[in-house]
Design a protein around this ligand. Sequence first.
Ligand SMILES: NC(=O)c1ccc[n+]([C@@H]2O[C@H](COP(=O)([O-])OP(=O)(O)OC[C@H]3O[C@@H](n4cnc5c(N)ncnc54)[C@H](O)[C@@H]3O)[C@@H](O)[C@H]2O)c1
Length: 353
Amino acid sequence: MKKRILVTGSNGLIGSEVCLYFGGHGFEVHGIDNNQRAVFFGPQGDTRWNQQRLAGIIPRFQHHEEDIRNRQGIDAVVKEIRPALIIHTAAQPSHDRAAAIPFDDFDTNAVGTLNLLEAARRYCLESPFIHMSTNKVYGDAPNRIAMKELDKRWEYDDQSFEQGISESFTVDQSKHSLFGASKLASDVLVQEYGRYFDMPTCCLRGGCLTGPNHCGVELHGFLSYLIKCNVEGQEYKVYGYKGKQVRDNIHSEDVAAFMFQFFQSPRRGEVYNLGGGKANSCSVLEAFELAESESGKRQKYTYIDQNRIGDHICYYSDLRKMKAHYPNWSITKSLPRVVSEIVQSWQKRLAAK
Ligand SMILES: NC(=O)c1ccc[n+]([C@@H]2O[C@H](COP(=O)([O-])OP(=O)(O)OC[C@H]3O[C@@H](n4cnc5c(N)ncnc54)[C@H](O)[C@@H]3O)[C@@H](O)[C@H]2O)c1
C-alpha cells in the first residue's frame, strides 16, 4: 500500500509544491484547502487554478474541501486517512492583513494548528508533523542588530550574524504583528506536541518562500508580486528603509526537498530557520535589477517614506543547523534562477488571461 501524505493549504504555493514532490515520490496525496486565500486577498489570491493543476498532474490526488478551523471536520479527515506524514502549510500568511482580521487570523493560524495536532495525536502519533512557521516569530528583534548601509542594501554590522539569524534568536519582547503572534502560538504548540507527547514534529521558520507558482499579491509574496509588477509594467510600492531592506529567498522545491529529508529521518520538537540564506538574499533595489535583467523591462516604482510596521531591515537565515542535521540537503536553486522561473511563469500566466 502507498504511504499517505496529508497536506493542508494544498492549493497554495508551498502546499502545492509539496503535493507534487511527494506525489512524485510515490505517496498517495491528500490535500486540504478551502480557497481561503481568495477570502483573505480577493480574486487575485484565488488558488483554484492550482488545485486543478494538481488534479491534472497527480494520479488519484484527493482534495478535501475542508476548513482547518472546523475541529470536527479535521478530526474526521485525519481519522479516515491516518497519514504517514502531515505537512501543515494552510495559514493566513500576511503580516499586514492580520490587523484587519484578528479573529480569522488567530483562528486559522493558532487554533487551526491545534486542531491538526490534536487529530494527529489521536490517529497517527508516530507520523512526522511538519509545520510551516515563519521568521516573524522573531518579531522585529532582528532590527536591533547593528546594521551598516551599503550602496544598495542594509547589512549586519556584527560578526556574530555573518551567517544570518539562527534558531537561538529571541522570540520574546519585540513587535511581531498579530500575524507573528498567531504564528508564534502555533510554533510553540508544535514544539510542545514534540516535547510533551514525544511526537516527531518540526517547525520551519520560513524566510521568503517563493517560486513560479506563487500568486504574489501586494500584501504577501514579495518577490512574486514585485516580478508580476515588472512583467505587467505596473507600479510597485516600496515602503521605507530606502528600498534597501534585505530578504532571503528560497524556491518552494528546495523547501519540499528539506521536508522529504525530515520525513526520512524525523526528530522531535525541532525548529529550523528555512530560507535562501545569505547567498540567496537581496534587497528590494537588488530585486528590481534582477527582474529587469531577466524580463528586459524597467521596473516602475514609487517610494513611500514609511516602513511597514515591524518590517525587518535585514533578515537572512543561518542554514547551518539544517545542513548539520540533514547533510544531504542544500539549496539547489540560485536567486537568479528563481527570478528567471518566476518571470517566465508570470509571462505565461498573464498572456493566458
Ligand atoms: N510565502 C512565504 O514567503 C512564507 C514565508 C514564511 C512563512 N510562510 C508560511 O508558509 C505557509 C505557506 O505559505 P504560502 O506562501 O504557501 O501561502 P499560500 O497563501 O499560498 O497558501 C496557503 C493556503 O492555505 C489555504 N488556507 C488558508 N486558510 C485556510 C483554512 N482555514 N482552511 C483550509 N485552507 C486554508 C489557502 O487557501 C491557501 O491555498 C504558511 O504557513 C505561511 O505562514 C510563508
